[in-house]
Design a protein around this ligand. Structure first.
Ligand SMILES: NC(=O)c1ccc[n+]([C@@H]2O[C@H](COP(=O)([O-])OP(=O)(O)OC[C@H]3O[C@@H](n4cnc5c(N)ncnc54)[C@H](OP(=O)(O)O)[C@@H]3O)[C@@H](O)[C@H]2O)c1
Length: 222
């Protein structure tokens, strides 16, 4: 699949680029085409050091989304919303949009602050990109763990969205060794998942930890 990471020069974008590039056609997006191309070359070099040969591409955000199957909005909330507005008209209707976006603010501790009108970043992005399916995922996946290619991941990823696009994104998550996707419901359930991120960061800060994440513990029903 062709996957574009808007803001792919940043933390979660770089992590996903590195982990998906061996199996997919990854395009790094940026406000600056040159910066995107440099990030793509840097990812190739990082992977090459691990004995993995693959080609990544880079381009300005609006160019980078062309011909994509999946677009990940790897941007802080305050930039994700205007960027979604900016790309709306260029985005083909069959493109699945993935939101790892968490609206947070620090006021003594981190608080989850989605826009009242929408209740979650994913629903707000879906309202803007009304011709596309938005799926929310990766909110509890620490970028630093994705970026460290020597890290053997063992993380669960909660995924919200409509059935068909959600299944596609869950398959993409399975393509990253050590990530297990869990269906967390429709996109309307995203507020619950997004709100776990500030909780994890607050727990980390108070308990001398970093890169906290989640595992789902349960017993299978046959
Ligand atoms: N970091 C994590 O561990 C993590 C984990 C789970 C979810 N998330 C979520 O993923 C999203 C991205 O987080 P991140 O830590 O990866 O972000 P980040 O590294 O701080 O930023 C990502 C990119 O945003 C772009 N950017 C910066 N200022 C901008 C502006 N004014 N307008 C448009 N783009 C701008 C930059 O790309 P260019 O300069 O190249 O345009 C930057 O590389 C957030 O919503 C976060 O809540 C993060």
């Amino acid at each position: 699949m062709r996957i574009t990471l808007l803001g792919g020069t940043g933390n979660i974008g770089e992590g996903l680029a590195l982990r998906w590039a061996p199996k997919h056609d990854v395009v790094i997006g940026s406000r600056n085409a040159e910066k995107a191309e440099e990030a793509a070359i840097s990812c190739e070099a990082r992977l090459s050091k691990e004995g993995i040969t693959c080609v990544l591409n880079g381009g300005e955000n609006a160019q980078a989304i062309k011909h994509s199957d999946v677009v990940v909005i790897a941007l802080q909330y305050q930039f994700a919303i205007p960027t979604a507005v900016a790309i709306k008209d260029q985005l083909q209707g069959n493109v699945i949009v993935v939101s790892p976006v968490v609206p947070m603010t620090k006021d003594g501790f981190l608080r989850y602050v989605p826009a009242d009108k929408y209740g979650s970043a994913a629903i707000e992005i879906q309202a803007i990109l009304s011709n596309n399916d938005v799926v929310s995922a990766f909110h509890t996946t620490p970028a630093a763990r994705l970026i460290d290619l020597k890290d053997t991941l063992d993380l669960d990823v909660l995924v919200c969205g409509s059935e068909k696009p959600k299944q596609t994104v869950m398959e993409l998550i399975k393509d990253i060794d050590g990530l297990t996707p869990f269906d967390a419901g429709p996109l309307e359930a995203s507020y619950m998942v997004e709100s776990i991120t500030p909780l994890l960061i607050n727990v980390s800060a108070r308990n001398r930890m970093k890169n906290s994440s989640i595992r789902i513990i349960g017993q299978s029903i046959e």
